[in-house]
Structures are given as structure tokens and as C-alpha cells.
Design a protein around this ligand. Structure first.
Ligand SMILES: *[C@@H]1O[C@H](CO)[C@@H](O)[C@H](O)[C@H]1NC(C)=O
Ligand SMILES: *[C@@H]1O[C@H](CO)[C@@H](O)[C@H](O)[C@H]1NC(C)=O
Ligand SMILES: *[C@@H]1O[C@H](CO)[C@@H](O)[C@H](O)[C@H]1NC(C)=O
Ligand SMILES: *[C@@H]1O[C@H](CO)[C@@H](O)[C@H](O)[C@H]1NC(C)=O
Ligand SMILES: *[C@@H]1O[C@H](CO)[C@@H](O)[C@H](O)[C@H]1NC(C)=O
Ligand SMILES: *[C@@H]1O[C@H](CO)[C@@H](O)[C@H](O)[C@H]1NC(C)=O
Ligand SMILES: *[C@@H]1O[C@H](CO)[C@@H](O)[C@H](O)[C@H]1NC(C)=O
Ligand SMILES: *[C@@H]1O[C@H](CO)[C@@H](O)[C@H](O)[C@H]1NC(C)=O
Ligand SMILES: CC(=O)N[C@H]1CO[C@H](CO)[C@@H](O)[C@@H]1O
Length: 787
């Protein structure tokens, strides 16, 4: 039985790589070369890792039992300025699809080009706003022209590289727009929105890509020439709103993203498997994990509003590309069971029967083979179900019986041991302290209102003014004052952070919280007789990426008010003053992060660097840690800023921002509907409460020089921190306990009850054994009784 299935899979896999394929569909499945197929896919966003990481990530996905890789396409990464394109490095999209092809996998191309994705502006370039008459994602010529130009460019690139299935390439599905149904609802099904979504479908179909076009979350007003798909934590109760199209799940949210100030989200392995099994129990046939590898990287343009630099997502492959157990292994086992039943699932006659409230048995029958699913959706009760024997089905779980007699898989019974991530010093000994040099950010030019690029008697919106070419925008003004006076300065801003300088002195610094971007800064302002200068530096931490008309969500000191209020109540309103504007910091314009010669770094080898000094650049050199393990830099002690290694952006850092303490940090029960998007009281399985939202920052190996040449780390610290505690570490993955299949080594609440040594097959990733008794004793002594 098993060997027949293995053979069958090999033949199908070979068919997937060789030559041109046709892709069609019917009400059950995608039909590739005339055969209905089950698609098990995982999202990997190419810019969130490096080209050097891609083959390993893709191959791990394949070994995890997937046959398809999915990605969005990131417009503002590819076209940062109008008609100036970037397809290099981690934006080399054709290379990414070639890697998928080389691995013998299928691909799903989700062009959008609006992608949401917790990505700056949802992937739309900020320069779009400068085009007259522009309305994002509605029926208007300026938007549609730009969208069509970019979509055509991507399609043509893929065609030139023969990446579509009909050309012998891996792409079997393409997506246009993204979750627009939700936006139409927010716009009350406005006519312009309806015209737009139909235009999108027609424009896409004109591209002649030879594979079906999909639209996710388009449950209403669905154009006739696209397939509607589901996104969510669960999609078993969702059905496509048309006959003749298969049930597809484009985003199975396997975890969740993190914002500054929030702890880590975890979706349990049991519940993740439950959702997948339920989907296939209820006639699903195409499923994609969002994310399979979330990745790192958020440079300025890649992070969404207030998102951490890590986009780990609790995915089966962690931020660094390491296998996260037991999630990876448990889902792999599930994939293998599902694929072993492929023919019966996509052809079988479907019969569902209830065995009591929330207990469902589904039987697929095809010829003389039948496969069964038994689901128990009760939250608190295990049940015995009789089906060719009696089977205990735990609460909130699904059992799969490939012969309708024996249970091959239960979603709540994990046989894969867990892994833990260990951050190790980069050398065997504690690393030698790094030698730092430093340089102040040149603020002086901005401490008067003389050097701006233009003036206006108005407080302007930040994105319009800066074009998002920098996180920072200066608002500078001056006023005459008679005699000395002590005032309170009030500035209202829509976020995300603000620094106030009065006559060259920093008087106040404040930032938004993750739930509320608008705030008021209040600080002391001492005026002297004569001319006084007020300079306000506004900063963004990623732009809004979601919602109807999200391009109208403002940033910066839009309209203020900005005023000075004296103790006697006298108020000086500066809102309509003459404000002078400048985008970006001096150090950004001079590209200090590239470490060009001629910069006046101070204090090298003198051991004196100022700490807790705002607006300071720091530089150090370091040796690349030996080995192949992922490298991180621990930035504990720093406050907020940005980091670069050898000129490569590591993204924004903010280790001073601790995650909130929440009830959900102390409770985790998989037997319930998971919801990370819900209100706080509903959250569970959180970790890292009270700790920095992000302390470790990924340094991809390809950023490092290997031949013993020194590497350079440059930090821009804007709020004042201590770089002397920074250190490089490598990330090791350790297995906590290794259970032989079926054995339950772990005791209650994840306490290690015993340590065993297993040869050969403890989860497919683990090979070999442990040879000496001493090792076993050491592990036993160190581990038993611990969590
Ligand atoms: C649709 O919404 C857009 C954006 O709010 C608006 O400009 C337009 O007038 C609306 N059209 C209709 C027909 O309501
Ligand atoms: C799809 O949904 C819409 C809105 O709920 C409904 O009007 C329409 O009848 C549905 N179509 C099908 C084929 O189910
Ligand atoms: C579906 O299964 C139930 C329970 O086993 C059975 O009574 C019924 O006849 C089946 N229906 C069909 C159409 O096979
Ligand atoms: C069955 O499931 C539904 C939907 O989740 C839930 O509302 C209901 O309370 C469940 N019934 C029982 C007996 O648990
Ligand atoms: C299921 O059946 C087994 C064996 O008959 C029995 O020991 C167990 O208590 C039953 N469990 C439940 C939840 O009914
Ligand atoms: C009110 O207070 C301001 C600031 O201290 C001072 O400059 C001003 O002269 C005061 N006005 C009156 C009428 O006292
Ligand atoms: C400015 O912020 C304060 C404090 O949040 C608020 O009370 C006030 O209404 C705001 N003013 C305006 C004009 O928004
Ligand atoms: C730091 O500088 C001191 C003094 O020049 C030197 O002895 C030491 O090796 C340096 N450390 C590193 C890590 O470069
Ligand atoms: C770690 C990483 O991949 N960083 C990248 C983030 O994105 C920017 C802009 O595309 C790249 O320059 C970085 O290399």
C-alpha cells in the first residue's frame, strides 16, 4: 500500500517538471495536464530573505510535503521611483521563480499589485499620489493605467523567462487585486469600486497568461472571468460563490505578524493541523500557508505600519529559515497522508454524516477505495467514534482514516519533537567587546528655519510632502518674542513619532502606541528675547497598508495645532506660521551607512563613546562568526534606530520598546478557535510579554565577508542608547525531547518527563542516533523536570 503510493507520487512529481502543462479547473480541483490535483502550497516572500537563502527555503518546503510555492509581487520594491525599476538582489523575482522550477515545484504568482502583506503602503509606490486625479484602487484612469503598466511588466518578465505552466514553467495560478471584497463592503459597494474590480479581471485576462486568475475574498460582485478564493484562520465552512470552481484557500494564517509593543503570537501546531484537515474534509483542494517562511527584512520600505523588523509569523520555517518543530514535522505528516489519498479526495463521491453535535464523519468513495475523516469540533470533550473499530477523537481534532478503518493521523496527536532556538555567542568564549567609534548626526542646519526646501503657512501632511523618500520630515519655524518667557509647547500629530527642538535644544520626544497613532506632544519651551526657533522632526515607522482609501490616512503634523501656552494662559498659535520643510536627515543624504571614506568618525580605539545620546551614528567592525548557522546581532541596550552591515539594511531596530503584559501570555489551549486579529481578551498562546518586542536582528550570511576580512556594523541611534552591549550571536536549533512514534514522552504542561534516544526516524528530519550512555545521562540530568 505504502509503496504503491510512493510510486504514484514520484510519477506525478515528474509530470510536474517536464514540459508544458495545461492548467484548467472544475468544481473539485485544479486540473493539471488533465488530472485533478491537490495543491499544498506555502508562501515565501522573496524580498523577505536573500537569494542565497531561497534554494534552502524552497527545498525545505518541498521536504515538508508541499508541492507549490506562492508569493506576492512587491510593486514599490520593484518601482521605487516612477519608471526606475529594481529587479536585483532580493528583488530578482525571475531568479526566485527559477529556483522554484529547479526544485520541481509549482508556483502561484499573486501580482496584486496591491498586496496588503503588512508591507509599506500595501506595496503601492508612494509616488502614485503625485499623479493628478489619482484614486487608489478605484475606477480611474490614472490608477488603472499605472496598475496595468506594472502588471504587464511582471507578466512579460515571467513570459520572457518561460515561467508560466503553458510554457513549461512552474506558475499554475495568478492573482489580480487582493481582498478587495472587504474594501467594497467598506465603500458600501460604491459603483466606482464595482467598475474597478471588473476592470481588474478584464485587464488580467487580456494578459493571456494561460493559467486561471484568482481573486481572494471576493465573495460579492465576482467578475465572471476569475476564481474567488478564501483567506482566514479557517476556511472549511466557506464555499466559492459560484458553481464549477474549486474550493481554494489562498491564505491559511498559520501564525500572525507582530507590531512594536506586542508580544509574539503563536498558533498551536494542533490547531494549525486541525484547520488544514477540516478544509480537506470539507472538499477543499487548494491550500496555501500564509506564511510558510515569514522572514526578516524590513528595510524602511518593506515594513508595514508599526511592524517589527522580524516577520517570523510563527511559520513552519522560522525567521532565519530554520525548521520550527513540531509545526513543520506535524504538518509534513499531514501533507503526506493527504497526498497519499489524492485520487480519492479529488474524484471520490462525498458523503457527510453527523455523529452528534459537532461530530462529523466524511467519507470519500472512488471505485473500491474510500477514505474517511472524523472531526470533533467540541471544545471540551473527547469522543469515541465507531468506524471499522472504535477511535478516540480528542476535542477540537480531526482523525484521518485512509482506509476508513485505521487512523493514520490525528491533528491533536503530535509525534514530532519540539525544537527550541538557542542564541549562542559567536565564538566559543564570550565575545570580545566591540570597539565603537561614533559621529553626531548633523542637526545644526535644521535648528533654524533657513535651510528648508520650501515654505508654507500651513502644517502639511508628511507622505505627500516627503514622497516617503525618508522616514523623517522637518517642520521648522521662527517667532519673535519680547523678553524671556517660559511656555508649554503643544504639538498634535497623526504619528508616528515626534522630536521637538527649541532654539537648538531637544525639549521633547514621543512616539505613538501600536493601537493609537495620533498623539499630542507636550514639552517645556523657554523663549528668549528676539528671534526664537522651533524645529519639529516627525518620523514614520512604516505606512498604512490596509483599509478603504488607505492612501488618505495621514502621517505627520497634519494641521497641528502647534501652540505655546504660558502659565498665565497666554497662547501663541504657530499653526499658521510660515513653516519651512526638509525631508530626511543629513546623514541619510550623505549615506553614512555606506561607510564611504571622509567621514569624521571619533573615538576609535579610545574606548570612549557617548551613550544615551540621541541622534548619534555608531560604527564597529567585527569578524563573521564561524560556521553556517544564522547570524543575529543582539541590540539590547540600544533604543530606536536603523542598522546596516556592510551597507546592507538590517531594518529598523527598537529594542527599548517592550511588549505589553497581557493575559494571553499565561494561557494556551489549542481547543478553541484561534484569533490573533480579535480583541485583546481573546488572545492566547502569546510569549515574550514584558520583553523587548524585538531584540535580535537577522544578519544574512550573504551580507558577511568570509575571508577573515572585517565587517562593518553601522547604527543610527535616534533616541539615545548604549551600543557597548551589542553582540553578535549565532542561532542554533535544539530538539527538546525525541519521542519514538506514538510514545508520549512529554508530561503535563510541556514538562520533560524523560529523555530517550531513538535511531533513524524521530521525525523525518532527524537521522542517526546518540552513541554514548554518558550523553543520555547528561541530557536526562539537564532536562527532566524542566519545561
Ligand atoms: C465612490 O467612492 C469614492 C471614494 O470615496 C468617491 O470618490 C466616489 O464619489 C464614490 N462614488 C459613488 C458613486 O458613490
Ligand atoms: C453569491 O453571493 C451573492 C451575494 O451574497 C448572491 O447574491 C449570489 O446569488 C451568490 N451567487 C451564487 C452563485 O451563489
Ligand atoms: C452516507 O452515509 C450514511 C451513513 O453511513 C448512509 O446512511 C447513507 O446511505 C450514505 N449516503 C450515500 C448517498 O451514500
Ligand atoms: C458546536 O459548534 C458550534 C460552532 O462552533 C458552537 O456554536 C456550538 O456551541 C457547538 N456545540 C457544542 C455542544 O459544543
Ligand atoms: C473511549 O473508549 C475507551 C475504550 O472503550 C474507553 O476507555 C474511554 O473511556 C472512552 N472515552 C470516551 C471519551 O468516551
Ligand atoms: C504671560 O506669560 C508669558 C510667558 O511666561 C509672558 O511672556 C507674558 O508676558 C505673560 N503675559 C502677561 C500678561 O502676564
Ligand atoms: C490635540 O490633542 C489633544 C490631546 O490628545 C486633544 O485633546 C485635542 O482635541 C487635539 N486637538 C485637535 C485640534 O485635534
Ligand atoms: C579593541 O581595541 C583594542 C585596543 O586597540 C584592541 O586591543 C582589541 O583587540 C580591539 N578589539 C576588537 C574586537 O577589535
Ligand atoms: C535582511 C534583508 O534582506 N534586508 C533587505 C531589506 O530590503 C532592503 C530593500 O529592498 C534591502 O536593501 C535589504 O538588503
Amino acid at each position: 500500500m505504502a509503496s504503491r503510493h510512493t510510486l504514484c507520487l514520484l510519477v506525478l512529481a515528474a509530470a510536474g517538471v517536464a514540459g508544458a502543462s495545461t492548467v484548467a479547473y472544475d468544481d473539485r480541483a485544479l486540473v493539471i495536464d488533465g488530472q485533478r490535483r491537490i495543491i499544498l502550497s506555502g508562501a515565501i516572500h522573496y524580498p523577505r530573505s536573500t537569494p542565497e537563502m531561497w534554494p534552502d527555503l524552497i527545498n525545505k518546503a518541498k521536504r515538508g510535503g508541499l508541492n507549490t510555492i506562492e508569493t506576492y509581487v512587491f510593486w514599490n520594491g520593484h518601482e521605487p521611483r516612477r519608471r526606475q525599476y529594481n529587479f536585483k538582489g532580493n528583488y530578482d523575482i525571475v531568479r526566485f521563480f527559477r529556483e522554484i522550477h529547479t526544485a520541481g515545484m509549482y508556483a502561484i504568482l499573486r501580482i496584486g499589485p496591491y498586496v496588503c502583506a503588512e508591507w509599506n503602503y500595501g506595496g503601492l509606490p508612494a509616488w502614485l499620489r503625485d499623479i493628478p486625479g489619482m484614486q487608489f484602487r478605484l475606477h480611474n484612469e490614472p490608477f488603472e493605467r499605472e496598475m496595468e503598466t506594472f502588471t504587464t511588466l511582471i507578466v512579460n518578465k515571467m513570459k520572457e523567462a518561460s515561467m508560466f505552466a503553458g510554457q513549461g514553467g512552474p506558475i499554475i495560478l495568478a492573482q489580480i487585486e487582493n481582498e478587495y471584497g472587504d474594501i467594497m463592503a467598506q465603500l458600501n459597494n460604491n459603483r466606482s469600486a464595482s467598475q474597478y474590480i471588473h476592470w481588474c479581471a478584464d485587464m488580467a485576462n487580456k494578459q493571456k497568461v494561460g493559467v486561471p486568475w484568482i481573486m481572494c475574498q471576493q465573495n460579492h460582485d465576482l467578475p465572471h472571468n476569475v476564481i474567488n478564493t478564501c483567506n482566514g484562520f479557517y476556511c472549511h465552512d466557506w464555499y466559492p460563490n459560484r458553481t464549477g470552481i474549486p474550493k481554494m484557500w489562498t491564505e491559511n494564517w498559520i501564525g500572525w505578524f507582530k507590531k512594536w509593543g506586542l508580544p509574539d503570537f503563536h498558533r498551536t501546531t494542533e490547531d494549525s493541523a486541525f484547520a488544514v484537515a477540516m478544509f480537506f474534509q470539507k472538499r477543499g483542494s487548494v491550500m496555501n500557508y500564509y506564511m510558510y517562511h515569514g522572514g526578516t527584512n524590513f528595510s524602511r520600505t518593506t515594513g508595514g505600519p508599526y511592524l517589527t523588523t522580524s516577520y517570523d509569523y510563527d511559520a513552519p520555517l522560522d525567521e532565519y529559515g530554520n525548521i520550527r518543530q513540531p509545526k513543520y514535522g506535524h504538518l509534513k505528516n499531514l501533507h503526506n497522508v493527504l497526498l497519499s489519498m489524492e485520487t480519492t479526495l479529488v474524484h471520490g463521491e462525498y458523503n457527510e454524516s453527523s455523529y452528534g453535535e459537532n461530530i462529523t464523519v466524511t467519507k470519500y468513495t472512488y471505485g473500491d477505495s474510500s477514505v474517511c475523516f472524523v472531526s470533533n469540533q467540541l471544545h471540551d470533550r473527547d469522543v469515541n467514534v465507531t468506524l471499522g473499530g472504535t477511535h478516540l477523537v480528542p476535542a477540537w481534532s480531526v482523525s484521518i482514516l485512509p482506509d476508513c478503518k485505521t487512523v493514520a493521523f490525528n491533528t491533536a496527536k503530535i509525534k514530532t519533537p519540539a525544537s527550541v532556538m538557542v542564541m549562542r555567542p559567536s565564538t566559543a568564549e564570550e565575545p570580545e567587546a566591540l570597539n565603537w567609534s561614533w559621529m553626531p548626526e548633523k542637526l545644526r542646519p535644521f535648528m533654524t528655519d533657513d535651510c528648508g526646501s520650501f515654505r508654507k503657512n500651513q502644517l502639511l501632511e508628511q507622505i505627500t510632502t516627503s514622497g516617503d523618500q525618508s522616514d523623517y520630515l522637518w517642520y521648522m519655524t521662527s517667532l519673535e518674542h519680547k523678553g524671556e518667557g517660559t511656555y508649554t509647547l503643544y504639538v498634535n500629530t497623526t504619528g508616528h513619532e515626534l522630536c521637538a527642538f527649541v532654539n537648538g535644544e531637544l525639549v521633547g520626544q514621543k512616539h505613538s502606541t501600536n493601537s493609537d497613532y495620533a498623539f499630542q506632544l507636550e514639552s517645556l519651551a523657554k523663549l528668549h528675547s528676539g528671534k526664537n526657533y522651533i524645529s519639529l522632526l516627525s518620523g514614520t515607522v512604516g505606512l498604512t497598508n490596509y483599509g478603504a482609501l488607505f492612501e488618505l490616512v495621514p502621517a505627520g503634523i497634519v494641521g497641528g495645532p502647534v501652540k505655546l501656552v504660558g502659565p498665565n494662559g497666554t497662547a501663541i498659535d504657530l499653526t499658521k506660521n510660515s513653516w519651512s520643510y526638509a525631508t530626511g536627515l543629513d546623514g541619510e543624504h550623505r549615506q553614512i551607512h555606506l561607510d564611504k571614506p571622509g567621514n569624521n568618525w571619533r573615538g576609535h580605539n579610545e574606548g570612549i563613546v557617548p551613550v544615551y545620546r540621541p541622534f548619534t551614528w555608531y560604527k564597529t567592525s567585527f569578524d563573521a562568526p564561524a560556521g553556517e548557522e544564522a547570524v543575529v546581532v543582539d541590540l539590547l541596550g540600544l533604543n530606536k534606530g536603523a542598522a546596516w552591515v556592510n551597507g546592507n539594511s538590517l531594518g529598523r531596530y527598537w529594542p527599548s520598546y517592550a511588549a505589553a503584559e497581557m493575559d494571553g501570555c499565561h494561557v494556551c489551549d489549542y481547543r478553541r478557535e484561534f484569533n490573533a486579529a480579535g480583541d485583546e481578551s481573546d488572545l492566547q498562546c502569546l510569549t515574550g510579554c514584558g520583553e523587548p518586542s524585538q531584540r535580535f536582528y537577522h544578519v544574512p550570511r550573504s551580507f558577511l565577508r568570509r575571508d577573515g576580512e572585517p565587517n562593518t556594523l553601522i547604527l543610527f541611534e535616534e533616541a539615545g542608547g548604549d551600543p557597548t552591549r551589542a553582540a553578535f550571536r549565532t542561532v542554533a536549533v535544539a530538539t527538546t525531547a525525541c519521542a519514538s512514534p506514538g510514545a508520549e514522552v512529554c508530561g503535563e504542561h510541556g514538562v520533560i518527563a524523560g529523555v530517550d534516544v531513538v535511531r533513524g526516524s524521530c521525525g523525518a528530519y532527524y537521522e542517526g542516533g546518540c552513541e554514548t550512555k554518558a550523553a543520555l545521562q547528561t541530557f536526562t540530568a539537564a532536562c527532566v523536570g524542566r519545561e
